[in-house]
Design a protein. Structure first.
Length: 295
């Protein structure tokens, strides 16, 4: 219960941060601001900002130090989901049990809302802060930029689109998801450490390796849930990946093999934290949470 309460506190906190910085809606304004609010307030596990907060607090920083980084990474994630759902990408009608942004509004508004959320994420990181200096802000901006661009998430989505209907090797599949899903998860952990003022390269490398492992386990579980999950719980149609003939871990390894591979990634994640003190137990618990979740 303590773990769940801590996650919920992180979720509420990042929601408050994002709502404070979203543009104010007013009578007569365009649909853009409504679409931005819709994309942000459409639910979600908030795994990425939770990782920002958990990492920073494990290192010993005050929660407030991570607010801007947590808000920025979730806004970036929200933008990516809005764009991924578009007809030109994954062509999804449901996200978290509700109409996707382009269905609730229209395609052009959804594209602009995603663009605006991406821009706002970096604006958030550039705000003057009493918690860190300009050099730390630059590190945060660079970390998020690297994770979201051609070296990270965008490249992963490009690989995903080109892989439809093809059989990928395990190495190819993991390369795709290290970019598409894993890059932003790794950035979340590193941004939590950077915002906390951590500069020890040995610790940063351990945290990065931990994050790389949970990034893969997160995607493997998503692929498994696409087969075993319930549409109402998942918030999207069960079997949508199969229907689009996308390469997945169960298609390559079988359902049981995919579950074993997720557990292997969880064990790797824990191994990277084995020499760290009990303050990092929250990250150990988060790795378990990722492979045990039902949606």
């Amino acid at each position: 219960m303590e773990f769940e309460a801590r996650l919920e506190a992180y979720r509420q906190r990042v929601d408050e941060v994002m709502l404070r910085h979203l543009p104010t809606r007013s009578a007569g304004c365009t649909r853009l601001k409504d679409a931005m609010h819709y994309a942000i307030t459409n639910g979600g596990k908030r795994v990425r900002p939770v990782l920002v907060y958990a990492t920073g607090e494990a290192i010993g920083a005050k929660t407030a130090c991570m607010d801007m980084a947590a808000g920025a990474v979730e806004m970036l994630h929200a933008y990516s989901l809005v764009h991924d759902d578009l007809p030109a990408m994954d062509d999804d009608d449901l996200r978290r049990g509700k109409p996707t942004c382009h269905k609730q509004f229209d395609e052009a508004t959804a594209i602009l809302a995603g663009d605006a959320l991406q821009a706002l994420a970096f604006t958030l990181l550039s705000h003057p802060s009493p918690h860190y200096d300009a050099q730390t802000q630059i590190r945060l901006i660079r970390t998020l930029g690297d994770a979201s661009g051609a070296a990270g998430m965008a490249e992963g989505q490009a690989i995903d689109l080109e892989a439809v209907g093809r059989q990928l090797s395990l190495a190819e599949l993991e390369n795709m998801h290290r970019h598409k899903t894993g890059a932003l998860i790794r950035a979340s952990v590193l941004m939590g450490a950077i915002a906390a003022g951590e500069t020890d390269e040995t610790l940063l490398n351990k945290l990065d390796s931990y994050a790389a492992a949970i990034g893969l386990s997160f995607q493997i579980v998503d692929d498994v849930l696409d087969i075993t999950g319930d549409t109402e719980i998942l918030g999207k149609p069960q079997g949508s990946d199969i229907a689009r003939d996308k390469p997945t871990y169960p298609a390559l390894l079988g359902l049981d093999g995919a579950k074993r591979h997720a557990m292997k990634m969880h064990e790797q994640a824990l191994a990277h934290l084995q020499d760290l003190p009990s303050s990092f137990d929250i990250l150990r618990d988060l790795s378990a949470y990722i492979i045990e979740r039902s949606h």
